[in-house]
Design a protein around this ligand. Sequence first.
Ligand SMILES: Nc1nc2c(ncn2[C@@H]2O[C@H](COP(=O)(O)OP(=O)(O)OP(=O)(O)O)[C@@H](O)[C@H]2O)c(=O)[nH]1
Length: 424
Amino acid sequence: MKYFTPPSSYSETEAQGPEVCRNGIAIQQTFHHIKKRHSFLRKRLVSILEWSRVDKGIFILVMLTPYFLQYFLWSGYVVNHSELHGIVNISVLNSYLWIQTILVVIGCGILGFGLVMRRRKPDAVFFQYLVLQFFSLSMIAMFYYVGPLSFSAGLFLLGAPVWGLILLDRKPVWWATGIAVTALLGLGYAAAYNVFPHASLMIPPTDQAGRVFWMNSTVYFNALFFILILVMADQMLAWWHAREDNIRELSRTDALTGVHNRLSILDFLNHEVARTVRMNTPLSVVILDLDHFKRVNDDWGHPVGDLVLQRTAEVLQQNIRDIDALGRYGGEEFIIVLPGADHGEALNIIERCRIELARAEILTESNHSIRVTASFGFVCVSGLQIEPHVLIKTADQALYAAKSNGRNRVESMEVSSRREEVLA
Ligand SMILES: Nc1nc2c(ncn2[C@@H]2O[C@H](COP(=O)(O)OP(=O)(O)OP(=O)(O)O)[C@@H](O)[C@H]2O)c(=O)[nH]1
């Protein structure tokens, strides 16, 4: 984990870029950076999951517009090409045109209702029920005319619920899917039992030109929907994964300092203890505590105390190696895990941290300079089967010795040789 300085304001977050986000301050800010990396269109798409229920419903309605537009254009084309009248049932086409027109009017009504709802009750789930039912109704009307056993029906049955489940509330999607599937099955069996003709819009073509026309029409009506399902599903899932990664990162980050939090540093320590046993390599664990930190809070106030903690983390992070890990153990106490560092190397690193921290000038907002020191205790083991908490306890005892011996110093302690304690 890389160290970062938590930004004090939103605009500062923006200026610092995505590196800040990975360590996390606020989910909203993090999301802002994910979005920032995308182009304008992508940005609009990825933020859909954050939209209100009503806005998502309106989005579905708007997405239906190309479908209606396509049908009107296609109908106009067919009506104006008399050679197609032998393979398209014109009277059915006209009645379907009427139904489409009525559906457009209903759709506009729902859209208007949605525009009112988005102000008054933006999270009304009822609106999603309404929109999805309208969506299903439009599709069922289409399948009545082009046939429930068509490619379009399969694509719709698979694509729409998947897309809906990603984007919308689950209940209205299951409800609309149930109704659509029931209606499609009903239409399919009714056509199979000759209750009405299957795909009444189409007159089965007898020549190649007719078959090619119907093939082209299938592509024309389905390509957009197909591409849309894929692109949106891909975008949603990518966004979802990015969000999960960020939330996981945030859950392992100390909100004030941006270094590992207690859970995360202990996790890291567990892994390193297992590795030292497996590889027989050295491992050092350091605990440090700021000296007289209470005075900083008392003299300068809590916000300045926070600033000191942030600056301390920054100095420590700058003076450890890339493979080391720094975590906030609690309050003004930090842990540093130094994988592969023997006693001598650990001492060098810790001394460097101690000296640099004592040297660091911390400027308050009122331009006052504060200096702090810290006491360090550490323990070094190599290939020893040992419980991590024993290491921490031993390092803590060394820290206690450093405090007792005058502070701003480093002390080390051998791990207890008593077997029951080592394995405790
Ligand atoms: N500003 C700030 N203060 C904190 C935070 N967590 C703990 N503290 C303060 O850290 C101080 C710790 O004080 P003590 O435990 O008495 O230790 P100390 O004053 O550093 O003295 P020694 O450790 O003996 O050198 C307390 O005043 C806590 O309120 C924090 O997140 N921010």
